[in-house]
Design a protein around this ligand. Structure first.
Ligand code: NI
Ligand code: MN
Length: 223
């Protein structure tokens, strides 16, 4: 059984078969973060794009743990330039890692991040196949029709942004659930900042055909 823990914003950890994964480790600077970067134990760090609220503490966590970063090529190249081990991938491609399979999906979003993080590339989402279960982390994205194709893979758990302004808002995220048809859906990327303040209960009330789980920071799901 895999244990998925929510650390706030779009950051989740997944513990599976003795391996520890963390997705979009934005902890330092997140007033709602569920952990300190220094305390994270990770073998792999999955990064959807270079924005600070996703790339976050990737370099520190990677160096502390000798972890491998997994993400779009441009993210991986940037990490390698910082002396961090990384596995270069890109959209549409998948790879079998010791913990399971990672496939990169499209995500309709920007990528220029400013400063040193302005590494270019295309943002992505992830489809993870872990212990026979499929997890879709959408990253930052607007609604797109191809979510139906993602849904055809048979998604057990989807993490979808609902915060509006930079990503899908509640209504589009509820439509995304109808496209993806996951068994379970968890909202993310909301309430961290004033610009993405929304009520997750409103999202839950609009979700059809899936179990909506509003995870408080620190909550876990067994999958
Ligand atoms: Ni972003
Ligand atoms: Mn974001």
């Amino acid at each position: 059984m895999a244990t998925i823990k929510y650390l706030g914003h779009s950051c989740f950890t997944i513990a599976t078969g003795g391996k520890n994964l963390i997705i979009d480790p934005f902890l330092t600077g997140n007033p709602l973060a569920g952990a300190k970067a220094a305390d994270i134990k990770a073998d792999y760090i999955l990064v959807t794009h270079g924005h600070g609220d996703h790339f976050g503490d990737t370099i520190e966590i990677a160096k502390n743990n000798n972890a491998t970063v997994i993400g779009p090529n441009e993210i991986a190249v940037f990490c390698q330039s910082k002396g961090v081990s990384a596995h270069n991938m890109h959209i549409g491609g998948g790879w079998d890692f010791p913990f399971g399979r990672v496939k990169l999906t499209i995500a309709h979003h920007g990528y220029s991040a400013g400063g040193e993080l302005d590494m270019g590339g295309s943002p992505c989402g992830f489809i993870l196949t872990i212990e026979g279960k499929k997890i879709y982390h959408a990253g930052d994205t607007g609604l797109f029709m191809d979510m139906q194709i993602i849904g055809e893979e048979g998604i057990d758990l989807a993490m979808l942004p609902i915060g509006d302004n930079f990503t899908m808002g509640i209504d589009d995220a509820a439509r995304a659930v109808e496209f993806i048809k996951p068994k379970k859906v968890v909202p993310m990327h909301y309430n961290t900042f004033d610009l993405i303040k929304v009520d997750p209960e409103e999202f839950k009330s609009k979700v059809k055909g899936a179990e909506c789980i509003i995870m408080a920071v620190g909550d876990t799901i067994e999958l």
